[in-house]
Write a protein that binds this ligand. Structure first.
Ligand SMILES: [Zn+2]
Ligand SMILES: [Zn+2]
Length: 311
């Protein structure tokens, strides 16, 4: 079964994320478990937790297909001990929030050397924090996101992800989320299956793949810049997404759109209505995988725009 959705807003209470996801027909979704731009946020209330869990059941969402996204401030690869401690506290707080909500996955950006350490040093600092956090929590799976390959950033190269995983003690609690825009920007050619799937499987292993962010790219191949575009409107183009949505290896993990415009939501709904059907309907789904139009710039309600721009 294909699990497709969007990053939805949790404004006004984390339980609202579920209603927002259900309203766009998503059978998977992403959310922030606290403000992604603040070091600390008020704790979740008992009401938040109870309502969140009740709505999950009401709308039939399996936590396996919910992919919370970590705070943007976290940098576990920072060699400055004090700054890294602050990041770790924020990271651990996110993980504990996820566990209290009954969630099983947590997606985050590995970090950056900030130009003050080697890639290898940052990789080992990131792994050290993950190991420490695994001991301080119970079940949550920490999911590393690949990055666009910007200067000092860890995670643009599949080997960075493999290097972190190698140093994590509990391999059952570490995974990878591949963002298509980031891969393309980092130099993996998403336009063909040959451009990346075998490389990823060889260097990291498809068994670690716990989710994907489906974003097109505003910038050209190998640009090292992180600029999301709606699916079909960027430099990757529809064919890059078509091969993902026709390969059973990408079934059964959350596939999340991070672009908010109506045409992207049409693509979500079209995907859910067509591709989500059993594979016997595959031929039918091909016919309806039409290219979204360029019309419509209005932001869709309840869906977050995750275009980070350039840091
Ligand atoms: Zn991300
Ligand atoms: Zn991005």
């Amino acid at each position: 079964m294909w699990k497709i959705g969007a990053h939805v807003s949790a404004a006004g209470g984390i339980e609202n994320a579920i209603t927002n996801a259900a309203s766009i027909g998503a059978n998977a979704f992403a959310l922030f478990v606290k403000s992604q731009k603040k070091w600390s946020s008020p704790p979740l209330t008992d009401f938040n937790i109870t309502s969140f869990k009740a709505k999950l059941v009401e709308h039939g969402y399996n936590p396996r297909y919910i992919l919370p996204h970590g705070s943007y401030l976290i940098n576990l690869g920072n060699p400055d001990a004090e700054k890294r401690r602050k990041s770790y506290d924020c990271f651990l707080d996110d993980l504990r929030r996820c566990e209290s909500l009954g969630l099983v996955l947590y997606n985050f950006h590995p970090g950056s050397s900030v130009g003050q350490a080697t890639t290898e040093e940052s990789i080992s600092l990131i792994a050290e924090s993950i190991n420490k956090a695994h001991c301080a929590t119970n079940t949550i799976v920490t999911v590393l996101e690949n990055m666009a390959g910007m200067k000092n950033t860890i995670g643009g190269d599949f080997n960075h992800l493999a290097g972190i995983i190698e140093l994590v003690n509990n391999k059952t609690r570490v995974g990878v989320c591949l963002d298509t825009c980031h891969m393309f920007a980092a130099g993996y050619d998403l336009r063909t299956k040959e451009g990346w799937v075998a490389d990823f499987d060889q260097q990291v292993g498809l068994s670690y793949l716990r989710g994907m962010h489906l974003n097109d790219s505003k910038t050209e191949f190998n640009s090292k810049r992180d600029r999301h575009q709606n699916i079909g409107l960027g430099h990757i183009g529809m064919q890059g997404f078509h091969h993902i949505l026709n390969d059973v290896r990408f079934q059964d993990i959350p596939l999340i759109l991070e672009t908010p415009h109506p045409e992207a939501l049409e693509a979500v709904t079209a995907s859910v209505n067509t591709v989500v059907k059993p594979l016997s309907d595959k031929a039918e789904s091909r016919k309806s995988a039409k290219k979204p139009t360029k019309k419509g710039k209005k932001k869709a309600k309840g869906v977050s725009d995750l275009n980070y721009g350039e840091a």
